[in-house]
Ligand binder design. Structure first.
Ligand code: C2E
Ligand code: MG
Ligand code: MG
Ligand code: MG
Length: 288
């Protein structure tokens, strides 16, 4: 009996694995066409200044409106795009759209706000980093849109830069020299040597959501608090700005503000949404 039950379970697991493989295969074949068919779109999630609560910009997060499967999150298709090479044109498209969007926010805001320009953060995959066109593409996109380089921030994960040699860092250095901010995304998950930070052309640390989760209770776990406190003070001593991801409650926001974090992002403020909404949120904060 045990054997047949085991056999059944195996069949079920197998069927699920098959279904997943079929979906993955289907997505992989549909992916190259999706860009031409304009099935991708971008949602923007506000970046909020922790001290005064104003919206300072937003992170661009790509989605795929699949004709059969509905809206798919990046975790479903970015790995496939990386494997097939589509990530290079897709990433370029995301950058171009986001830079144009930032330019539009700025135009609508110019006369209304005394605050600085709204900035935009765009994620880069490791494949884009090693692609020879990165610097020139970025320069062209910024110029075409008429956006100042210092209102763009490119996010690169910590794991993409671990052990990166000078060849890989060179394009990022060029971009940083032009004034583009480079953020180290998901910081704290990649076991990187803290001293290594000095070598990287980054100006922003994005503290991974796992740290924010540790701040859920009030008061938070004292060890968690001290770890974040240490990272923040190290980051500030290296002239880096600290952004925290995954802020879901007011208690978390308050703890992280007390710990000296600069900027926050998370559902507590807003879920990722259409670009018009960022404009409205920024206006509300500035006037109310
Ligand atoms: P990420 O860059 O770390 O982006 C933050 C992720 O956390 C987003 O997931 C966002 O929706 C989610 N998030 C934001 N606030 C909260 C919160 O309060 N609680 C929780 N639980 N989650 C929150 P999303 O949109 O599914 O993106 C996942 C990842 O996909 C991103 O992680 C990024 O690495 C990648 N990605 C997104 N867009 C692009 C892109 O255009 N290019 C590349 N290469 N990667 C992208
Ligand atoms: Mg990111
Ligand atoms: Mg992140
Ligand atoms: Mg993350």
């Amino acid at each position: 009996r045990a054997k047949s039950a085991g056999g059944n379970r195996y069949e079920v697991a197998d069927a699920e694995a098959d279904a997943r493989a079929i979906t993955r295969h289907g997505l992989t074949t549909a992916l190259p066409m999706a860009l031409d068919r304009s099935e991708f779109f971008i949602e923007y999630q506000p970046l909020v200044h922790l001290e005064d609560g104003t919206v300072r910009g937003a992170e661009a997060l790509v989605r795929w409106l699949h004709p059969q499967h509905g809206v798919l999150g990046p975790d479903r298709f970015i790995p496939l795009a990386e494997r097939t090479g589509l990530i290079v044109p897709l990433g370029r498209w995301v950058l171009e759209q986001s830079v144009r969007q930032a330019r539009e926010w700025q135009e609508r805001h110019r006369d209304k706000l005394g605050a600085g320009p709204l900035r935009v953060n765009v994620n880069l995959s490791p494949c884009q980093l090693t692609h020879p066109g990165l610097v020139q593409d970025t320069v062209d996109i910024l110029e075409r849109a008429g956006l100042e380089p210092d209102t763009l921030c490119l996010e690169v994960t910590e794991s993409a830069l671990i052990g990166a040699d000078d060849e890989v860092l060179k394009p990022l250095r060029r971009l940083a020299e032009m004034g583009v901010d480079i953020a180290l995304d998901d910081f704290g998950t990649g076991y990187s040597n803290l001293a290594n930070l000095r070598r990287l052309p980054v100006s922003v640390l994005k503290l991974d959501r796992s740290f924010t989760q540790g701040m859920q209770q009030f008061p938070a776990d004292p060890v968690d608090l001290r770890i974040v406190e240490g990272i923040v003070s190290l980051a500030h001593s290296l002239d880096l700005t600290v952004t925290v991801e995954g802020v879901e409650t007011g208690a978390q926001a308050e703890q992280l503000r007390i710990l000296g974090c600069d900027t926050a992002q998370g559902w507590y403020y807003a879920r990722p949404g259409p670009p018009e909404r960022l404009h409205d949120l920024a206006l509300v904060d500035a006037t109310g």
